[in-house]
Design a protein around this ligand. Sequence first.
Ligand code: NAD
Ligand code: MLT
Length: 311
Amino acid sequence: MNKPVVLVAEELSEAGIALLATDFEVRHTDGADRSQFLPALAEVDALIVRSATQVDSEALSHAPRLRVVARAGVGLDNVDVEASTKAGVMVVNAPTSNITSAAEHTVALILASARNVAQGHGALKAGEWKRSKYTGVELDAKVVGILGLGRIGQLVAQRLAPFGVELIAYDPYLQPARAAQMGVRLASLEEVLRQADFITVHLPKSKETLGLIGDRELHMVKPSVRIVNVARGGIVDEGALYSAIKEGRVAGAGIDVFAKEPCTDSPLFELDSVVVTPHLGASTHEAQEKAGTQVARSVKLALGGEFVPDA
Ligand code: NAD
Ligand code: MLT
């Protein structure tokens, strides 16, 4: 009997592939290249993606045998969950696989932005010894505002607390008592915007959060604020952020995610006070190993007709 086919549309860890290969025929494609991806879906029982593959109605219509879509990571914004469910396709993800890596990358960008690490590095490698130009700020005694105090937001709070910061957060879905246990005071979005010296975004991308930090919001912040986004592009409006930094209404930013990816050209890249990374939040060996093995296990359970628990 033919083995069920699992299509891997983006990079997946070797450990994940090895787990799948024991029971399934594993095929590979480039999910970002629609002309390759769509025809490859024809005989597929399960599909594994990261964030570059759009699993939309068109993709689903090319996959008559599809029973499960697995996202090797957290965000499901590139998967049309409603259309998948309508088509009888189960959607699973690996919700804890990369949260430590994403939280650590956030702290890296906060510190890099506070201390001009990338700018000093660039200048020195270009032969320029610029000490006063790259004078930074301490985290100690500053207010850090966390937008979205979920899995990653909480890990960021834990990691920043020892720096002596005051932690506030906007998350209307969380109980104040739960936040208080973590040493975080819940506040309105406007309070966070007006009070924070650092704002870090850890929201899912949704209709409600897209453009949440736009021109109006960036007129409320302190001019000394530094904004970090390791969540999803578009939650912080890139054009509005560019204008705010250019006009001296925001001091700097650390950006890992972009409205359109891959992004190799952005007005933000022109600004010396913006440090950028190419969606590296989850790019550690540890996170990729966990994401690969967690989704491989979920695919096995799903194709075996068994209950798939939250990882
Ligand atoms: P999570 O679901 O655990 O937490 C999200 C939090 O946001 C929740 O507490 C929820 O109550 C809150 N929230 C939801 N909608 C809101 C709204 N409209 N207003 C205010 N709060 C709202 O998610 P997570 O695992 O912490 O992930 C956070 C984000 O990080 C996601 O966008 C995810 O895709 C992204 N992420 C990025 C990387 C990367 O590589 N850069 C890696 C992992 C995750
Ligand atoms: C995620 O949502 O898990 C991240 O964006 C990581 C990724 O897709 O690489």
